[in-house]
Design a protein around this ligand. Structure first.
Ligand SMILES: C[S@@+](CC[C@H](N)C(=O)[O-])C[C@H]1O[C@@H](n2cnc3c(N)ncnc32)[C@H](O)[C@@H]1O
Length: 245
């Protein structure tokens, strides 16, 4: 996969792209990550990329020319998804990460200041993504978040066993709890079942814990979740326990 980010602050990406899974994914050849300075595509003498809003109001607005110029130069002959980071966009989910991970080429546009000229949204982009109902200073942190979540899904990036298939949201539920050594830490003990070596029972415990955790923390995820007969029965037990408590 090739990912290009358009930003007014390219150095912000140095740390994140140069560490951990994003670095490994590049080293393995699973992804190329490129950050382009929008200012390089400004077509005026002073490399101005923003201007006052028509109609007047506080803040500056990103001009259309640099964004259009940059996208046209980068995408020559290709038709990649062009993703605008935007608090007014579709709220980002694991399902969207899985969808984007199937693409060969992605381009991210990071806004700044008060926002960007509306013609960018209307005529340049294919997707608008919000990483949550809050406002960041710029699209960079959002783009990093989306890129990280997409790249870890690419084949081979997380190693032989694709551990992300068990991650929260990938299954539709929250993931079960994890424990590691020591089995007894200051009197806080690891559940006996995990030390039993009984794989089928451990799987059942994990499945139930995943359901319990989702029921307690994110019951909204259960609304459309296709429960098995066993899961329905376990959920009813949890509901009865709640009523009795
Ligand atoms: C200060 S914000 C502009 C907010 C805009 N005035 C509004 O109210 O919708 C500047 C830029 O940060 C990015 N941004 C802010 N919040 C975001 C969010 N929740 N998700 C994705 N990008 C965000 C966008 O690229 C946005 O253009």
């Amino acid at each position: 996969m090739n990912i290009t980010v358009l930003s007014l602050f390219p150095p912000m990406f140095d740390g994140v792209f140069g560490q951990s899974i994003l670095k490994k994914a590049q080293d393995k050849g699973a992804v190329t990550l490129q950050v382009v300075d929008i200012r390089d595509y400004a077509d005026n003498k002073h490399k101005q990329v923003d201007d006052y809003p028509y109609g007047g109001s506080a803040g500056m607005v990103l001009k259309p020319e640099p964004m259009f110029n940059a996208v046209e130069a980068i995408t020559k002959g290709k038709q990649p998804r062009i993703i605008l980071m935007c608090p007014q966009g579709e709220r980002y989910t694991q399902q969207k990460a899985e969808e984007l991970a199937k693409e060969e080429e992605l381009v991210f546009l990071c806004g700044h200041y008060e926002g960007y000229d509306e013609r960018i949204r209307e005529h340049l982009v294919t997707d608008e993504i919000s990483i949550g109902d809050f406002v960041l200073t710029g699209g960079e942190l959002g783009a990093m978040t989306v890129i990280d979540s997409v790249v870890r899904l690419l084949p081979g990036v997380l190693g032989q066993e694709a551990s992300h298939v068990h991650d929260s949201f990938s299954t539709g539920l929250l993931e079960h709890p994890h424990y590691t050594r020591p089995a007894d830490f200051r009197g806080m003990k690891v559940p006996d079942i995990l030390l039993s070596g009984h794989h089928a029972k451990i799987e059942q415990w994990r499945d139930e814990q995943s359901l319990k955790r989702t029921y307690e923390r994110r019951p909204d995820l259960l609304v459309d979740y296709p429960l098995t007969k066993e899961q329905s029965a376990f959920l009813q037990t949890l509901q009865r326990e709640k009523l009795d408590s």
